[in-house]
Each structure stands twice: as C-alpha cells, then as structure tokens.
Design a protein around this ligand. Structure first.
Ligand code: FMN
Length: 71
C-alpha cells in the first residue's frame, strides 16, 4: 500500500467504518495491503479486497459489481 494512502487513512477516525480495499496491479495483486490495513486499523471493518490487473480493467465491470455487492 502506498504510504500516501496510509497517511490519508491515519488522518481519519475509521472506528466502525467499512473499508473495501481495491487496486490495480501488474502481478503483485493486493500484496500485504489487507493484512496491513487490519493491523493498522483494528477498529475498522476491513472487507475482502479486489485486485485487478491493469490490462484487464476494461473488462472488469461484472467483477467489480459483484465485489461491491458482496458483504
Ligand atoms: C512506481 C510504481 C511501481 C509499481 N510497481 C508494481 C509492482 O511491483 N507490482 C505490481 O503488480 N504493480 C505495480 N505497480 C502498479 C501497476 O503498474 C499498475 O497498477 C497497472 O499497470 C495498472 O495501471 P493504472 O493503475 O495506471 O491503470 C506500480 C506502479 C507504480 C506507479
């Protein structure tokens, strides 16, 4: 996770907030981002993330809609 994202999240009270992490990538997927979010923000509700390969973004509509609709 880029440090700028972490700095942004640290400036907010995330207690009880739902976070659905997402990113584009070219092979690394979500990396450690979900683990790091859970570690850094234990009072937030971190849901399953979605990592999409940059070259697949244009065909990812259905995947994104399904993921957004997941609990
Ligand atoms: C400086 C930099 C380094 C990156 N390194 C990686 C990497 O090591 N592994 C990876 O999967 N994605 C990496 N990415 C992200 C992908 O390049 C990017 O998400 C993907 O190509 C889609 O591009 P887009 O987000 O501009 O559409 C990096 C991006 C930047 C800007």
């Amino acid at each position: 996770m880029p440090m700028a994202v972490l700095t942004f999240l640290e400036s907010i009270d995330l207690t009880g907030k739902v976070i659905k992490p997402f990113c584009t990538h070219e092979g690394s997927g979500m990396g450690n981002s979900e683990f790091d979010l859970k570690n850094e923000f234990p009072t937030a509700i971190i849901k399953k993330g979605l990592a999409i390969r940059g070259s697949n973004v244009n065909n990812a509509d259905d995947l994104i809609k399904q993921w957004i609709g997941e609990d």
